[in-house]
Design a protein around this ligand. Structure first.
Ligand code: MG
Length: 153
């Protein structure tokens, strides 16, 4: 079923921070030859389909949001900026708490009903949580893919 708003987790959904959550990496971050690296040279890398997904959603006039419960929101924002990805999100909720609060904030700001949202996350606890709001969820097992997203267009 088609959805209006597509909400993505960060760690292990949109990116892999060298096998870690981004709050376990070491700032400062920098971009070198197109790669975003932390102070210990770990590469923080988007999964291969991310840019195609962003452009696909924009082409179809859909809204895009990020919902992250990272313990280091400023670090996550800095990484998103370095990737030039942050500007593509219509809504951004990054703070360490249950995802129902991120989605409630997005609902309040956007006016989009929960049943018009689809949420992508690699952690079952978050999937279970937001299901109570009536949000459709997809469990992401090896990073986000175009096919996981395309079925909601
Ligand atoms: Mg995650």
């Amino acid at each position: 079923m088609a959805k209006q708003l597509f909400i993505f987790d960060l760690d292990f959904t949109l990116w892999d921070a060298g096998g870690l959550w981004c709050d376990c990496t070491t700032p400062p971050y920098r971009r070198i030859n197109g790669f975003v690296k932390d102070a210990e040279n770990r590469i923080i890398q988007l999964y291969p389909d991310v840019w195609e997904i962003i452009h696909l959603l924009k082409r179809h006039g859909r809204k895009i949001a990020v919902a992250s419960r990272t313990e280091q929101p400023a670090w996550a924002r800095q990484i998103l900026d370095l990737m030039d990805l942050r500007q593509w999100f219509d809504y951004e909720e990054i703070f360490p708490d249950r995802k129902i609060y991120h989605l409630q904030n997005i609902h309040r700001q956007s006016g989009i009903p929960f049943n018009q949202m689809v949420f992508f996350d690699d952690e079952q606890r978050n999937i279970i949580d937001v299901t109570t709001l009536g949000v459709t969820s997809e469990w992401v097992q090896n990073g986000i893919t175009r096919s996981l997203v395309a079925k909601y267009l």
